[in-house]
Design a protein around this ligand. Structure first.
Ligand code: CTP
Ligand code: MG
Length: 166
């Protein structure tokens, strides 16, 4: 059970790292090109909002995949799978923002559950297209990710990487 959890955490690491990268890098590299190009959806609200940038998306995919590359050298991961996990994380994160805008939650305001699990669930679903993902991994993701996400966001807040602790 414990070993299984460790295996899961190693497997999902490219996804977590991808998700955390834009937050950290946005303090060093200016990220100002919104994926939605400032466009609004049919409901009059932004499609994704200014919190989802092209720079953030690409840097997340690159850094997440790099972590997968290191893990693959150690024989702990597969490079192509880590790439899909990182890509899935950024797609899922964007999808989360799309949902937030549709229900009227402004950029940067918290939306519990969606903020914490959208990136990891979409990441696993995408990875499932190229490698078998055991059902319990989805369960682990849902259980482990929210406390981990809140914890890392709080650390990012303390380090002044984030303005709000969520
Ligand atoms: N970020 C980015 N590009 C992305 C994802 C994140 O530039 N594709 C950066 C933005 O500076 C963003 C920060 O990372 O503000 C934190 O990410 P997140 O919490 O996901 O975005 P929010 O600003 O909270 O926006 P939303 O309400 O849409 O989630
Ligand atoms: Mg946020």
């Amino acid at each position: 059970m414990f070993e299984d959890l460790i295996n899961f955490i190693i497997f999902i690491l490219p996804c977590y790292v991808a998700n955390a990268t834009p937050v950290a890098l946005s303090k060093i590299i200016p990220m100002k090109n919104p994926i939605d190009r400032g466009k609004k959806f049919i409901d009059g609200r932004r499609i994704l909002g200014d919190g989802k940038t092209i720079e953030g998306f690409i840097s997340g995919v690159i850094v997440g995949t790099l972590v997968g590359l290191i893990l693959s050298f150690l024989g702990l991961h597969k490079l192509h799978v880590s790439f899909i996990l990182a890509l899935g994380a950024m797609i899922g994160d964007s999808l989360g923002s799309f949902i937030k805008r549709r229900v009227g939650i402004p950029r940067g305001k918290p939306f519990p559950i969606v903020d914490q699990v959208s990136f990891v669930i979409i990441s696993l679903i995408l990875a499932n297209a190229i490698v078998f993902i055991p059902m319990r991994f989805y369960l682990y993701a849902v259980i482990i990710t929210p406390p981990l996400h809140l914890g890392t966001n709080f650390i990012a807040y303390l380090l002044k990487l984030k303005e709000v602790p969520w």
